[in-house]
Structures are given as structure tokens and as C-alpha cells.
Ligand binder design. Structure first.
Ligand SMILES: Nc1nc2c(c(=O)[nH]1)N[C@H]1C(S)=C(S)[C@@H](COP(=O)(O)OP(=O)(O)OC[C@H]3O[C@@H](n4cnc5c(=O)[nH]c(N)nc54)[C@H](O)[C@@H]3O)O[C@H]1N2
Ligand SMILES: Nc1nc2c(c(=O)[nH]1)N[C@H]1C(S)=C(S)[C@@H](COP(=O)(O)OP(=O)(O)OC[C@H]3O[C@@H](n4cnc5c(=O)[nH]c(N)nc54)[C@H](O)[C@@H]3O)O[C@H]1N2
Ligand code: SF4
Ligand SMILES: [Mo]
Length: 868
């Protein structure tokens, strides 16, 4: 059966097969988004199925209860708050990872029937600026482009997007396009060098947060060069935008962006001279206190030059989450109603008619950061969080935790048994996970695809739409929430999109409003709009140069570039950037359970330039305390000249389930773009210092371990055991007593400042521990395997205590996650003459599946200069 990958906004189709009871997931060769390709996360989907780490039953105040009890508790809890404090005192915080049907029900319940605007979503942290950018420019939140544009572009600009790691299958398509048409230029705009620079002709490592000036300068340049005059009748507000851009000469841009004037003019020349230009932009643009303006600065250039609405051209905002777009369509953001309607009196009345409700919210609700502030102030007294983990992902995450800890009613719907957010919940509801639920998602190119259920839910997990509808009924809204099947919800949503639309709203899938359940089930991927005039969907918008403002013209927006609010000071001299790594998804609740996805990068880290490391007396792998004015974290130092001097990068993923004190969200300030409400997650001023410890260690354990205060730990699931990396300064006895070695037979080797220990129970290895002033180098795969088949000979046990098999070569850190190929293995092969991608692929297979590791393979090959 076919379904859709639940991770990123590329929206790859997958084919699910079952062989001898084991589920296998492969790329769907027929799906237009990926044509059979998958990245490592998609390829590892089968490993996320099953009960590991899942929430299986409803819980109230920590005790398992029946669904009846849990749903009654949710409904009566919400009702009580509404009765006492009004509907504004309750809120939903939802997610671009819900299915469209789930999302539609959540929005309908809050805005249509509870009657408040307070439903916002994690898309606020992600897409909100892109939405404002499109709406201001086009009069609608409508992505003009398609992935197929990559096959026609002459110049592709990746701006604030590490596509190679965050949208890997799209990146593979770009790599292929460049192979086929080497003349196609690729420009990467990113302060740091990333894996996406691998195929870049040019990397513009501009000053963090300075993109608006670069594009303002481009607008000015385009105006001076004389642009596509046929475009002008379709544009409004051109003079004011050009006026705002007029001061930005290449010299000024170069000084502001810390680039050379040659770099700037070469980029401008390329943009102006190439016919088809595609700008892909993502979090390096959106996550900013001037994110909306940055989006418009980019869109302005495409509009003025007419590089929009045709093959291979356009401003293409990449969506992060699998269904960020679906959320935008149903009104998941507190600032819109539903089906692309805003809160105008006309639209409120329209929705009242459609939903048959006289209590539709009249005004926008609180957006994410403001919402959690209102929780902190006690104004919002009940919050239902579904499909997101705000205690990790929101800025000032420690404040979010405190706010939740004091909130009278916190309800969490999640698939994971334990998250940093669910630890603070009064009511936990088990949601059906990917593979167990049925519905639709919309990817970055407006393509609606089906996610299909193929396994029964674990325990008593239920689909999110069902949970929401049950609560709605208990709140007294029976008829409006009486669906029996998600297909019915989809059809209602599709009907609403066409309701009194007459071409006024871009989002129109009225052509799908009368699907039968069987037709919905068979629905093939299709790009909206899908209506009477475009029954097969629409690949490209604005080919006719008609936009959605009432006069049909697009708007240029006057942009005044602003640098990040986060500014370095003597106390906080370094600028911390945050983002994604290749093999992890967000707060790791699913990908963190998959051993092979934990091997590429296993621990929270902070990347810095070697010069900065030297200034702070840091060495590679040291533990570093990173501190901002908001909070602090501990992470391992990675030294790389990919990182500009004076700047750091830390992944956003780690949290209290995977490491002690390593959540970067605690450091980021809750400063937002005034237009979009999106936080500035990419820039934080920080100081760093070595985190001193007397000992470090590696522990493998069959069971999870809780460590005493003062011990820093990070947890890394392997196939047969869990590994912990440890560090601390306290007495080792406190650590050893936390390990509870009572009933175990222990083999020890003690030296000065050093301890090695194996603990056995009934012939099974229970624990293996190495402690000392530095982490010893261990053969991790060999140790993990000993938990499945313990060595019996004394000599082998002795070797195990040494941490490595007597005769085995250490494969080193995993580079290729698909085939588990280690760095050492690759380096040996390169040294032996396999010094090309093809030769490595032929010998070790690495890089031949999803291709995400190719940039790293190339770097390893480059370490050995080719023989003359
Ligand atoms: N592996 C993986 N893939 C994912 C996700 C994941 O968790 N893991 N999450 C998905 C989601 S929800 C999202 S939103 C996307 C995000 O996808 P991306 O936006 O591509 O990923 P990020 O790593 O957040 O940030 C992108 C780049 O912005 C750069 N940047 C920082 N500041 C600036 C700046 O001032 N200007 C410019 N031009 N660039 C800057 C960063 O250095 C970084 O390389 O990824 C999606 N895909
Ligand atoms: N510093 C910093 N912070 C960031 C970012 C950054 O770049 N830097 N990026 C921001 C961005 S772009 C994003 S999108 C956010 C993401 O941040 P979050 O949304 O908080 O991260 P996730 O881990 O994806 O959370 C999804 C939750 O939903 C659960 N879940 C999975 N499937 C289902 C389901 O079907 N139903 C339900 N009910 N639950 C489910 C998962 O177990 C998990 O707990 O982080 C933001 N925060
Ligand atoms: S590129 Fe995105 S949608 Fe495709 S397989 Fe990877 S994570 Fe899934
Ligand atoms: Mo995102």
C-alpha cells in the first residue's frame, strides 16, 4: 500500500509492504514528489513502528484510565474554565504534524464552537513569516512553485536553507538536475558552510541576519538595469519599494552583509541575466524578528523581474513539517479563520453560515509566544497541546516549562509516552501514530497526498480527529462533530474551501468535496487548487499574472533591513545559530528511538571555529557550557572552519529525555517578528566556557538509568543496550550507587583515576562502564553486541573489559546511516585506493542509497590528495 512519509515537507510517497510479518518501507516510484527516493529518516520508518516509547493508554494525573474517564475529564475541565473565566481562558496548541482532518477538527472546535481564536500551532515557529510574505505580496498564502521547477531553473538560490540535510530528497533532485545540466548555477546563502554547499557554485557567507539588505540591493540593481516591463501593469506599490531599496548600492550591501563587492555584483548579475531563477528559502529567513520583511525582500525581486509564474522561476518557501501547509489551509494559525479566510466580518458571517454556529470567533487569538506568556500570567488556564513539544521547541523553554507547571489544566495528545511537555501534563491522551492513522497532508508544493493506516494502533491509541470530536460532543456540540470517518471531514473541509469562493480565495479544493470514502481512500497526489476549472489540480500559480489582491495586482513591499535583535556584547560575545542535523527529527521522540539514526551525530554539540576554541582554551570533544541571558546548556565542542569566527551552531533536537541540560531552546530569547509573531531562533548572543569535570565515562546499560544531580549524561539508544556518555566531578560512589549493582557479579579493573566494570546477572551482561579523566576509545558495536550474545571465554570477557575485540578493526563514527558504514572503514578504503564516490559505493555501498552522506564522503576522499 502507498502512504506518505510523516517527516519533512518534501512529502515523499512511500510504499509499505509486509514480508514474513515484517513491515518494509520503500520509496513510492509513482509519487511525483520523490519518484521512489527516500532519505535516511524515511528509509528508517519501519524501525519506528511498534510499542517502543509509545503512549498506549489515556492517563489522568499519572494514573491509567479508560477513554470515557479521560474524555470526560478533558471536557469537564475545559467547560469549567470556560464557565468561570470565559472562552478566552482556554487554548489549543497544535502542530504541522497533524493530518489535515485532525487539524480541521481542532480549528473548528476552537474557533467555530468554543468561540475563541486561541488555537495556534508550532508552524508559528516555522512558517509564519512565509505566510505573511506571501499574503502581503500576492493577497493569498499561495506557494507559486513546484518541485519540477528545479528541472528548468538556470539559477537556484538556497537562502537560509540547508536543503541537503533538511529536505534531502529535494536536494537529491537538485543534484541530479545539476548533473544533467551542469550550466545551472547554484548559490547558497548561509552564514555557515553547510552540506548544501557541496554542489554550490557560489557560497555567500553573509553576516547573520543581513539577508534583507542583500535582496534590497538586488531590487535596486534590477530597477537600475531595467526590468521586465510587461510585469509592471501587474504590480502595485513599486515606487515605495524601490525608494526603500534605493540606498542599497553593491558597496553598501557588501559592507552591511560583510561580503565583498565583487561577490555582491556577481550575484546580482547572475540573478538579472538568468532567465529562470528559483529561490528556495527556509528557516534562515523565516526565523527572524524581521522574517516577514526578509520574505518580501526576496519576493519583491522575483516580482519586479517577472521571474515568477513560469517554469523554473519563483520565490519558493520550503515548508518544514509534513503538513505545515495543511495547517495553513484549515486555519491552524490563530491569526486566520479557516480555508484562507481572515477575521473580516464578512468571513466570520460566512463561516457561521457554513458551520451552523453563532459563536464563531470574531478576532484573532494569541500566537504561540504570546499564548505561553498568557499561560504564564494565568490568563489562559487550560491548554491542550497536540502533536508538538513546546517545552523543548519554544524560545525561553524554561519559562514555558514554568508556565505549564503552574497552569491549572494541561492536556497533551502525543504518540510518545514521555516527553518534556507531557511530563507537565495533567491529562495525557495516546494518539494514533504514523501507520495507524488515515488522512491527508499537503507538502511544500501544494500537493495533497494520503497517509494511510496499515497497522492497528498500539494499546488504546486513537486518531487525533476522533479524540477532538469526542470532546466536542461532550461539550454539547453533537451534530457538527458527528463524523464517522476522516473522509467525511476531508469533504467538509474541501466544501468549505469552495464555499462562496468565486475565485476570491486561492485555496480551493472544491473539486474534491464530493469524494466517496472509497474515492478518498484511492486519492492520488494532487496540487491545489483543484476545482471546476482545474479538476486535475494546478502545478503553477500566477502564470496569468493575476494575483489575489482585489485589483488582481501583486504588491511590492518597502523593506527597511534590520539586523537581529540579538546582538553580541562583551558579556555575550558570540552569536549562536541553531538548526537541524541530518538524521534527527525535532525533539527526537521518534528518530531518537532508532539506533541507526543516532550514530551519525550521537550527542548534543556546539560547533565553533578552531580560532574561537583556542581563544577559550577548548579542544574538540570538550564539554562546553553555553550561556545566554536566558539560560544555559552543555554540549560537546566540535571544531570546524565551516563556522565563521565569532559564531556557533547547536542542533535544536536535544532535550531532557536525551541529555542533561542540553536544550538549546532554554537559551533563545522570545523575541518575535512584529508582523508574523515568529521567534528569532537563529540568533542568540552567548558566552562559552569549558565545563570542567573530574571524570568522564561511557556506560552501556540494558535498562534506562537515572543519574544523581551533578552528573552530566547523554543517552544514545543502540540495538541491544542503551549507551550513556557521562561526566561529573562528584564522588564516583554516588554514581555507582545509582547503578544499583547489588545482585550482580562484577568484573572490575581499577587504576589511578580509572575504573572499568562489567556487571553480569544470570550470565547476561547488564552493565558495562568505563570511567576516567578522558572518554576512552571504545568499539561501540562490539560492546553493544555483547548484550545480545555475551562472551563466554575468559579471554573474550577480558577483551570486553578493554572495550574492543582483540582482532577487530574499529569502524569509527557512522557516516552512512543507510548501510552503517563508519568513518574509519571509509578512510581505510580511500587510503587503499577507492578514492571516488563510485569506488567507495562499489566496495562498501556507502552513499548508494539515499545519498545524504555524499557531502561527507567527498570530504573524507579529499583528505587524501590524489596521487600525481
Ligand atoms: N533532518 C531533519 N530535516 C528536517 C527537520 C528536522 O528536524 N530534521 N525539520 C523540518 C522542519 S519543521 C523545518 S522548518 C525544516 C528547516 O529546514 P532548514 O531551514 O533548511 O534548516 P535549519 O537547519 O533550521 O536552518 C537552515 C539554515 O539557515 C541558516 N541560517 C541561520 N541564520 C541565517 C541568516 O541570517 N541568513 C541565512 N541566509 N541563513 C541563515 C543556518 O545556518 C542553517 O544552515 O527542516 C525540515 N526537515
Ligand atoms: N532553537 C530552535 N528552536 C526551534 C527551531 C529551530 O530551528 N531552532 N525550529 C522550530 C521549528 S521550524 C519547528 S517546526 C518546531 C518543531 O518543534 P516541535 O513541534 O515541538 O517538535 P516535534 O518533536 O516534532 O514535536 C512533535 C510531537 O508530536 C508527537 N507526535 C508525532 N506524531 C503525532 C500524532 O500523529 N499525533 C499527536 N498528537 N502527536 C504526535 C511527537 O511524539 C512529538 O512529541 O521547533 C521550532 N523550534
Ligand atoms: S525527504 Fe522528507 S519526506 Fe522525504 S523521506 Fe526524507 S524526511 Fe521523508
Ligand atoms: Mo519547522
Amino acid at each position: 500500500m502507498n502512504s506518505t512519509c510523516p517527516y519533512c515537507g518534501v512529502g515523499c510517497g512511500v510504499t509499505v509492504t509486509s514480508r514474513a510479518g515484517a513491515v518494509q518501507v520503500s520509496g513510492d516510484g509513482e509519487h511525483p514528489a520523490n519518484a521512489g527516493r527516500l532519505c535516511v529518516k524515511g528509509a528508517a520508518l519501519a524501525d519506528t513502528l511498534g510499542e517502543t516509547g509509545r503512549l498506549r493508554y489515556p492517563h489522568v494525573n499519572g494514573s491509567r484510565v479508560s477513554w470515557e474517564t479521560a474524555l470526560d475529564a478533558v471536557a469537564s475541565g475545559l467547560q469549567q474554565v470556560i464557565d468561570q473565566h470565559g472562552s478566552q481562558a482556554v487554548a489549543f496548541y497544535a502542530s504541522g504534524q497533524l493530518l489535515t482532518e485532525d487539524y480541521y477538527v481542532a480549528n473548528k472546535l476552537m474557533k467555530g464552537f468554543i468561540g475563541a481564536g486561541n488555537i495556534d500551532t508550532n508552524s508559528r515557529l516555522c512558517m509564519a513569516s512565509a505566510v505573511v510574505g506571501y499574503k502581503r505580496a500576492f493577497g493569498a498564502d499561495a506557494v507559486p512553485c513546484s518541485y519540477a521547477d528545479l528541472d528548468h531553473a538556470d539559477l537556484v538560490i538556497l537562502c537560509g536553507s540547508n536543503t541537503a540535510w533538511a529536505h534531502p530528497v529535494l536536494w537529491q533532485r537538485l543534484v541530479q538536475a545539476k548533473l544533467q545540466r551542469p550550466a545551472m548555477q547554484v548559490v547558497v546563502i548561509d552564514p555557515r558552510r553547510t552540506a548544501s554547499c557541496d554542489i554550490a557554485d557560489v557560497h555567500l557567507a553573509l553576516r547573520a541576519g543581513s539577508d534583507a539588505a542583500l535582496f534590497n540591493g538586488l531590487l535596486h540593481w534590477l530597477a537600475q538595469q531595467g526590468t521586465d516591463s510587461s510585469m509592471l501593469p501587474h504590480l502595485a506599490d513599486v515606487p515605495t519599494a524601490l525608494d526603500a531599496a534605493s540606498g542599497w548600492s553593491p558597496a553598501q550591501v557588501a559592507a552591511y552583509c560583510q561580503l565583498s563587492e565583487e561577490q555582491v555584483t556577481a550575484f546580482y548579475r547572475a540573478f538579472a541575466s538568468q532567465r529562470n531563477v528559483l529561490t528556495l528559502y527556509c528557516m534562515g529567513i523565516n526565523q527572524s524578528t524581521s522574517g516577514s520583511d526578509k520574505c518580501n525582500a526576496i519576493i519583491n525581486c522575483h516580482l519586479l523581474s517577472g521571474k515568477i509564474g513560469r517554469n523554473g522561476s519563483g520565490p519558493f518557501s520550503l515548508t518544514g513539517q509534513p503538513n505545515a501547509m495543511g495547517g495553513r489551509e484549515v486555519g491552524g494559525l490563530a491569526t486566520q479563520l479557516a480555508a484562507h479566510m481572515d477575521f473580516s466580518a464578512e468571513n466570520v458571517a460566512r463561516l457561521q453560515r457554513f458551520w451552523g454556529s453563532d459563536r464563531v470567533a470574531q478576532q484573532p487569538g494569541l500566537s504561540a509566544v504570546a499564548l505561553f506568556d498568557a499561560v504564564a500570567r494565568g490568563e489562559v488556564k487550560a491548554i491542550w497541546i497536540m502533536g508538538t513539544n513546546p517545552a523543548v521547541s519554544l524560545p525561553e523553554a524554561s519559562r514555558v516549562r514554568q508556565a505549564l507547571a503552574h497552569c491549572p489544566l494541561v492536556i497533551v495528545s502525543d504518540v510518545a509516552a514521555q516527553t518534556d511537555t507531557s511530563e507537565l501534563a495533567h491529562i495525557c491522551l495516546p494518539a494514533a501514530a504514523w501507520g495507524e492513522k488515515n488522512g491527508t497532508v499537503t507538502n511544500s508544493e501544494r500537493r495533497i497526498s494520503r497517509q494511510r493506516a496499515f497497522v492497528p494502533p498500539v494499546g488504546e491509541a486513537r486518531p487525533d480527529w476522533w479524540i477532538l470530536a469526542q470532546v466536542a460532543q461532550r461539550l454539547g456540540f453533537h451534530q457538527a462533530f458527528a463524523w464517522h470517518h476522516p473522509a467525511e471531514i476531508f469533504c467538509e473541509h474541501a466544501a468549505l474551501s469552495g464555499f462562496e469562493n468565486h475565485g476570491s480565495r486561492a485555496f480551493d479544493i472544491s473539486g474534491l468535496a464530493s469524494l466517496s470514502v472509497a474515492e478518498w481512500d484511492r486519492l492520488q497526489p494532487v496540487q491545489w487548487p483543484v476545482n471546476a476549472s482545474a479538476p486535475q489540480g494546478t502545478a503553477r500559480l500566477f502564470s496569468d499574472r493575476r494575483f489575489f489582491h482585489p485589483d488582481g495586482r501583486a504588491r511590492l513591499i518597502a523593506v527597511t533591513p534590520r539586523l537581529p535583535l540579538a546582538a553580541c556584547t562583551t558579556a555575550y560575545p558570540l552569536l549562536l545559530n541553531t538548526g537541524r542535523i541530518r538524521d534527527q527529527w525535532h525533539t527526537m521522540t521518534r528518530t531518537g528511538q532508532v539506533p541507526r539514526l543516532m550514530q551519525h551525530v550521537s550527542e548534543p554539540y556546539v560547533a565553533m571555529h578552531p580560532q574561537d576554541a583556542a581563544d577559550y582554551q577548548l579542544q574538540a570533544r570538550d564539554l562546553v557550557r553555553v550561556q545566554s541571558s536566558q539560560g544555559w546548556m552543555i554540549a560537546r565542542a566540535v571544531l570546524t572552519d565551516d563556522q565563521p569566527v565569532g559564531t556557533l551552531f547547536a542542533p535544536m533536537h536535544w532535550n531532557c529525555q536525551f541529555a542533561a541540560q542540553s536544550s538549546v531552546g532554554a537559551l533563545v530569547a522570545a523575541q518575535v517578528c512584529p508582523l508574523s509573531g515568529q521567534p528569532e531562533s537563529k540568533q542568540t548572543a552567548v558566552q562559552i566556557a569549558r565545563w570542567h569535570s573530574h571524570w568522564q565515562g561511557t556506560l552501556f546499560s540494558r535498562d534506562n538509568v537515572t543519574f544523581p544531580d551533578g552528573v552530566w549524561w547523554s543517552r544514545i539508544p543502540h540495538t541491544h543496550a542503551t549507551r550513556y556518555q557521562l561526566a561529573g566531578s562528584g564522588p564516583l560512589s554516588a554514581l555507582l550507587s545509582a547503578l544499583d549493582l547489588n545482585d550482580m557479579a562484577c568484573q572490575r579493573m581499577e587504576g589511578t583515576n580509572e575504573l572499568r566494570l562489567l556487571a553480569w546477572h544470570d550470565g547476561e551482561l547488564m552493565l558495562a562502564l568505563w570511567l576516567g579523566p578522558r572518554v576512552p576509545e571504545l568499539d561501540l558495536a562490539f560492546i553493544d553486541a555483547a548484550f545480545a550474545s555475551p562472551p563466554t571465554r575468559a579471554a573474550d570477557r577480558h577483551a570486553l573489559l578493554g572495550g574492543r575485540a582483540a582482532e577487530r578493526e574499529n569502524a569509527g563514527r557512522t557516516v552512512c546511516s543507510c548501510f552503517g558504514t563508519g568513518e574509519q572503514t571509509i578512510l581505510c578504503a580511500v587510503a587503499a585506493g577507492d578514492n571516488s564516490l563510485a569506488a567507495l559505493g562499489a566496495r562498501l555501498k556507502c552513499g548508494t542509497n539515499c545519498g545524504s552522506c555524499i557531502p561527507e564522503l567527498k570530504q573524507l576522499i579529499a583528505r587524501f590528495p590524489a596521487h600525481a
